[in-house]
Design a protein around this ligand. Structure first.
Ligand SMILES: [Zn+2]
Length: 446
């Protein structure tokens, strides 16, 4: 360990009746911006100088054959380096603590004549302009607001050189570090798996691209009124179809129940991955899809709203009165009959197709098995909130995304929202607690 002393000098005005607190506060604000980077650069300069002394011998009497803690990037040699001086032009790094301008010390390899900067070799800083930690900061912002707004906000907290393009590039980098395109399942077993998709305005197709999510429910906590579901991310695809998620979910064990949004591809995927596992149709999607179907059937608007409310009441009451599936289906069929009588074919077809999946949740065995979760999940509410976040983030403005661009933003967003293991590892690796002590001492104490 090496102690490095740096001197901080403040040309402070004497205290008198003209002294203004705001003036000192301005000093502190400017120091907050400039001191960390300057102090780090000075410390690194000193450390490099000592390292070169150790590896090459003192400046005026070079020593041959000394071992080094780094290897020559040209030939891999680990000893016998010659002093090549310090670059006058500093190397700039944008970091989480603002811009750092480091002067690089160089050595030459006596075996292959390569000249290089040991600092870059030791810390793997080749070709870096922005550190990974700053990329993580920017990507985290950019998963919650536009790139332009992210850059603006980063600028207001010290990263004055942040640009929208920089935030975009940082997001792509962080997505890559997270393992995108495949984040992979956060766990191998969940009692309830929810599959749901949304559309995002991206790619060449007029209707945009699919963003599909697989979530595992592992528990609930809190009071009955304000219960919080504990959910883990199992799969994510953007710009791909449901069957393309099979790879990501291949290692996930069969849950007790799968909740689907009603799309055919979802049910198909669930049955292929986990044959025999009961499938529950999401009630929220069912009632919403039913209302759309009535609209397409040109049913009167007020009447359509009433029928939707009636369907929702029917579903809820089946749970409240603890009906058997057979009893509930009898009421469901009676309701379907009123839609048939009214001649609304699309709405009727939707009810008929959904029929076998609507009351899976009433299965007594399933109820018992999922009692610790507060009973079987009958909706995708947990996932719906995330979907809203996704749409709020990517559907702003009139611009159309590239598939890769929107995928990266969504991946960072969901990895953060679900605290996915890849996100945990990355944040722990890039934002470790500081273990290097420092202190500020007053020199001219009298
Ligand atoms: Zn070499």
């Amino acid at each position: 360990m090496t102690v490095i002393n740096l001197a901080l000098s403040i040309d402070a005005p004497d205290l008198d009746e003209a002294s203004m607190w705001s003036g000192f506060e301005a000093l502190a604000v400017q120091m907050a911006e400039e001191l960390p980077g300057a102090a780090l650069a000075a410390a690194l300069d000193e450390l490099q100088e000592r390292l070169i002394d150790q590896v090459c011998g003192p400046k005026w009497s070079p020593v041959r054959g000394l071992p080094a803690p780094f290897r020559c990037p040209g030939c891999g040699a680990g000893d016998d380096f010659a002093r090549k001086g310090r670059r006058s032009r500093p190397r700039r790094f944008d970091t989480s603590a603002g811009r750092v301008e480091v002067r690089l010390w160089h050595v030459g390899c006596r075996r292959c004549a390569k000249v290089f900067a040991p600092l870059l070799e030791l810390m793997d800083l080749h070709g870096r302009r922005r550190t990974d930690r700053l990329s993580l900061d920017l990507a985290e912002l950019a998963s919650q607001m536009s790139f332009a707004r992210s850059a603006e906000l980063a600028g207001s907290i010290g990263h004055r050189r942040a640009t929208p393009a920089g935030a975009y590039a940082a997001t792509a980098e962080v997505a890559g570090m997270l393992g995108v395109p495949h984040l992979g399942p956060a766990l191998r077993r969940a009692e309830v798996i929810i599959l749901d998709g949304t559309g995002v305005r991206a790619g060449p197709l007029r209707l945009g691209a699919d963003c599909n999510l697989a979530i595992g429910l592992t528990g609930r906590s809190g009071s009955m009124r304000r219960r919080r579901a504990h959910a883990e991310l199992l799969g994510l695809t953007v710009g791909e179809r449901w069957p393309d998620m099979a790879d990501q979910l291949a290692g996930v064990l069969a849950p007790r129940v799968v909740v689907v949004d009603g799309e055919e591809g979802v049910t198909f995927l669930a049955q292929r991955l986990w044959p025999g596992v009961p499938v529950q149709r999401c009630w929220w999607h069912l009632s919403r899809g039913f209302r759309w179907a009535l609209y397409a059937d040109k049913a009167p608007s007020g009447w359509g709203n009433e029928r939707r409310a009636e369907l929702v009441a029917l579903l809820r009451s089946a749970i409240a009165r603890e009906l058997s599936a057979a009893e509930a289906l009898k009421e469901y069929d009676a309701f379907s009959e009123t839609i048939r009588m009214a001649g609304h074919h699309r709405a009727l077809s939707l009810l008929e197709v959904a029929r076998s999946q609507v009351f899976t949740c009433l299965n007594p065995e399933l109820r018992k098995g999922l009692a610790f979760l507060g009973g079987p999940e009958i909706g995708s509410g947990v996932i719906e909130r995330v979907m809203r976040d996704i749409n709020a983030r990517v559907d702003q403005g009139g611009s159309r995304w590239s598939i890769a661009g929107v995928r990266d933003v969504i991946a960072v967003l969901v990895a953060r929202r679900f605290n996915h293991p890849a996100w945990q590892h990355l944040t722990q690796a890039l934002r470790p607690p500081n273990r290097i002590p420092f202190r500020l001492a007053k020199f001219n104490a009298g």
